[in-house]
Design a protein. Structure first.
Length: 255
């Protein structure tokens, strides 16, 4: 079986000195391609260098994480421009993050919309981080309805109804990760009503490790654990989950 991890942070300090070994463990586990999320200028050079060491295995995204948005967000967006020559596969991770504070909510909305415009202009999908900001998110999506956007909601924790609502705005997938394996995770019920043809696998490593690794550093090598749980919930084989979710990733991100 072959898998794609559609959202990871291998250049995070949690992997310091072990980045290449983590890639090797993932490939050995059947996770042959991984998408490296971008968060801002502080991490971008190291992230792209890591992708350069593993061509055809690691693929970079490009974007400003909403939790890093501040009054200098326009400078951060301007700093994205030279990196388009490095062939990012998506604009991400971008979006809205209100969990810790709404202090920068207006700035986040502005930065988010500008990056959606970049995705449109460069013909790229978007990888979206959304936390406790659903109303503002859909308000922006309504404003951008005519932009023919496509992408995925990373670390999806919404409902099947929310997934269906997203389809009004283009071609949308959901990223399903380790939370699926958590006891009493409501996504375990909603995912049964979301077509497998619209599901992507992800880890968000080093965060959100699946059971039985919960509480430890997450890795792309754990994708088969998530896939097995998804197969159980959907009543299909792990092989079908691997095949369909890999095809979904290839289709959306052109990898």
């Amino acid at each position: 079986m072959e898998f794609v991890d559609t959202h990871t942070h291998l250049s995070d300090e949690a992997f310091a000195g072990e980045e290449d070994a983590a890639v090797e463990r993932a490939v050995a586990a059947g996770v042959t391609r991984m998408l490296q999320a971008d968060t801002g200028t502080a991490d971008r050079e190291a992230s792209y260098a890591l992708c350069g060491r593993h061509p055809g295995i690691l693929f970079p995204m490009l974007g400003l994480y909403p939790g890093n948005v501040d009054e200098n967000w326009r400078e951060e967006i301007d700093a994205l421009q030279p990196w388009f020559d490095k062939c990012p596969v998506a604009i991400g991770e971008i979006g809205l993050e209100y969990h810790y504070s709404r202090e920068t909510a207006e700035l986040q909305k502005q930065a988010f919309k500008v990056q959606l415009e970049l995705a449109r202009d460069h013909g790229l999908p978007v990888n979206i981080h959304l936390r406790e900001a659903t109303d503002d998110f859909f308000e922006i999506m309504e404003e951008c309805r005519g932009m023919r956007l496509r992408g995925n909601l990373h670390a999806f924790s919404g409902s099947a109804e929310m997934f269906e609502r997203m389809q009004r705005y283009g071609e949308w997938y959901v990223g399903i990760g380790g939370v699926l394996t958590f006891k009493k995770a409501h996504i375990a019920e909603d995912v049964k009503r979301i077509p497998l043809e619209r599901i992507l696998l992800e880890t968000d490593s080093p965060y959100l490790a699946p059971t039985p690794f919960r509480g430890t550093r997450n890795e792309s090598a754990h994708i088969p654990v998530i896939a097995a749980k998804l197969a159980e919930l959907k009543g299909v084989s792990p092989e079908e989950v691997a095949s369909v979710t890999t095809r979904n990733a290839e289709t959306l991100f052109a990898i």
